[in-house]
Design a protein. Structure first.
Length: 106
């Protein structure tokens, strides 16, 4: 009998219940999507930090070696260029560590 002549109150209740369930499901899906996107971004930043830190340290070390070795007899212009690259490599390493700190759990 209820299928043939449903009560309007019950139909409205069921429609409201279905709409509420769909809205709640959509909100949960959006929240999970934002969380997944954030995790992906955090992982990308961590990979970038790891990728830039090691080469910056190597460049810094090699340039320091060039500057401290006395047997090369480099012209003053070359020494100035090496010193400039040395300072910039130090800045890159410091930026990678300060602005992109290691992410806990990564």
């Amino acid at each position: 009998m209820e299928l043939i002549h449903p009560q309007p109150i019950m139909v409205a209740y069921r429609v409201f219940f279905i709409a509420f369930g769909l809205a709640l499901g959509w909100l949960l899906w959006r929240k999970n999507k934002v969380e997944r996107d954030f995790r992906s971004l955090a992982e990308t930043v961590e990979q970038f930090r790891r990728g830039i830190s090691a080469p910056a340290v190597l460049i810094h070390t090699k340039l320091q070696l060039l500057l401290t070795r006395g047997d090369f007899h480099l012209p003053p212009e070359a020494q100035e260029m090496i010193r400039f690259a040395y300072e910039k490599s130090r800045e890159i390493g410091a930026l990678a560590e300060q602005k992109l700190p290691p992410i806990k759990g990564a």
